[in-house]
Design a protein around this ligand. Structure first.
Ligand code: ADE
Length: 258
């Protein structure tokens, strides 16, 4: 997989791309990530990337020309259909499903915007997909691009040590993860659920599934509408609804105090 990122802040990406799994994936040659300074695609002496908005108003608008030139250059040797992704809160919300779809491409071009927005003509001419990472406003597209890169890279075969871990993780199947524990078995009076110490694989599997369902029901009930649920899951959900209880170490609700 090759990812091109176009930004006015190339430094933003330096440390995250040189850390942990993203660094190892690149060193192993499993993915190449190139960061391009948008200013190198400008045509004027002062390398200006923004200008005042037509119609007036506060803030600046990013010029279309550098984005058009960047995309033309980066698409030159690429297969038709390469996604050109622009990050904006107005975009389609990013989901694991969408990340999986993007991961099928050999090449992706990510465009990061700033200021009040980008000249609409750039969006119309070259952007194939607008992506939002949530209903909040960031200072620019860079953190969102990093989120997508991270989520994509871990899906590239060979990047995670245990190949099955992305397959089996419950979010991939539309549920939240069950709670996890490691040693010691008791910590300040808090015990790890006995079943996890029992070595009984079938009971452990069932406990994990039940707690994955419980957590999803409690925190993100809307996910249950689209999750792939088995007959066993429906039985477990019925059990859960009959025995409402706090999840282990469920974070306490904020009381409204600030
Ligand atoms: N740029 C600014 N805010 C954003 C968001 N929430 N998602 C994607 N890009 C953005």
């Amino acid at each position: 997989m090759h990812i091109d990122v176009v930004t006015i802040f190339p430094d933003f990406f330096r440390s995250p791309l040189q850390t942990s799994i993203l660094a190892r994936a690149q060193q192993a040659g499993l993915v190449t990530i190139q960061i391009h300074d948008l200013r190198t695609f400008t045509e004027d002496k002062h390398r200006v990337v923004d200008d005042y908005p037509y119609g007036g108003g506060p803030g600046m608008v990013m010029k279309a020309q550098p984005f058009l030139a960047a995309t033309e250059t980066l698409r030159a040797d690429s297969a038709d259909g390469t996604p050109v992704i622009f990050f904006t809160p107005q975009g389609r919300p990013l989901t694991q499903q969408r990340v999986c779809e993007f991961s099928e491409y050999q090449h992706l071009i990510l465009l990061c915007g700033h200021y009040e927005g980008v000249d609409e003509r750039a969006r119309q001419a070259v952007v194939t997909e607008e992506v939002s990472i949530g209903d909040y406003v960031l200072t620019g597209g860079e953190p969102a691009a990093l989120v997508l890169i991270d989520a994509l890279v871990r899906l590239v075969p060979g990047v995670l040590g245990n190949e099955s871990s992305t397959e089996s993780e419950s979010f991939a199947k539309g549920l939240l993860e069950h709670p996890h524990y490691t040693r010691p078995a008791e910590l300040d009076g808090m015990r790890v659920p006995e079943v996890l110490l029992s070595g009984h694989h079938e009971q452990i599997r069932r406990w994990r599934r039940k707690h994955s369902l419980r957590r999803t029901l409690t925190r993100r009930p809307e996910l249950l509408r689209t999750a792939e649920l088995t007959e066993e899951d429906h039985k477990l959900l019925a059990e859960i609804k009959q025995q409402p209880q706090k999840e282990p170490q469920e974070p306490t609700q904020a009381s409204g105090d600030i």
